[in-house]
Ligand binder design. Sequence first.
Ligand SMILES: [Zn+2]
Ligand SMILES: [Zn+2]
Length: 395
Amino acid sequence: MYEIFADLHVHIGRSENGKPIKITAAKSLNFANIAKECADRKGINVVGIIDCASPYVIEDIENFLKTGEAYELKDGGIIYKDKVCILLGSEVETSEIARNGKCGSAHNICFFPHLKDIKGFSKELSKHLKNITLSTQRSDLSGYELIDIVEKYNGILIPAHVFTPFKSYYGNCTDRLQYIFKEKFNKIFAIELGLSSDTYLADMISELEDKTFVTNSDAHSLPKIAREYNKMLVEDISFKEVVKALKNEEGRKIIANYGLDPKLGKYHRTYCDDCNRTIETSEPVQTCPMCGGKNVTFGVFDRIELIKDKKTTKSPFNRPPYIYQVPLNFIPGVGGKTIEKLLDNFETEMNILHHLSKDDIEAVVGDKIANNIVRARSGKMIVHAGGGGNYGKIS
Ligand SMILES: [Zn+2]
Ligand SMILES: [Zn+2]
């Protein structure tokens, strides 16, 4: 067994021939570039690309396999340059009826072992939404229905960024995943935390006690890959091994979640859309205490306060640690040029964030920036909470 790094939520901006896939994501974010970025700069061993149900992307994958630099594994996944395993995924937006009768929508990341599986899934999914070529279009399926279709094509389903205000199960559909998945709830063995939450917040909800937590970047550009990721113990890199790790089977497991301090996330606290301020009250509020406005975007922290069923956070004994990491571009004084310089010298961001000594970093970027990087690595910086779609800030 050995340790690997996995980021299971990366989008595609455009197909190789320039067709839009996820419109809000960077143009350079295509299948081949993601593979290269993970291998050469990020040091990520397993990457889940979650726009592979788009027929344009399927075409790109077929061409990618023809280059000879990549091949499909029997155990599922595509191996690139013998360094990176790519998991073929699809993020699906489901339509749910909340307990108050209102409609909510939730995101799910689904992964499939082989190209033929995701091709079959793509064809079937296309009957349930308007435009299969674009990323994460709203489908007429519920999560309860979707999981059967995913399993039909040998896939797995992970509820995505489960607490975010607009597009998630806890954020705008339900207080309990059990109400959504009913007797199929045991088929859900992992959930994605999302940037604005962490293990300690999620472990306030008792139905999540036996679920694995995954931390992924939800990257919309190449530099953002691996701003959150998982350290896994596996025998090899493949779809099958990753599924075993997510299910905690045969010694395979996630041994650490690396993620942002949730305060840095875009939706950590409730935000007033009338006076444009983050509301940091101790109890969650529906009305802005500063201006009386009622147009508030609920924060992840506040939402969990509202729906939690435990008084204090208590993780099950086998829950891996959640390690706060500050991506380089959040660190004061570290701009694009500094990052290039660091990567030229130390190859990958993982090296810079986890392995190098202060002296090594200082030799390249000087005392002041090296100090900031080391302080950020050890969690010694003051963080101002994000909200309403604005990232938190470090001072
Ligand atoms: Zn999403
Ligand atoms: Zn206000």
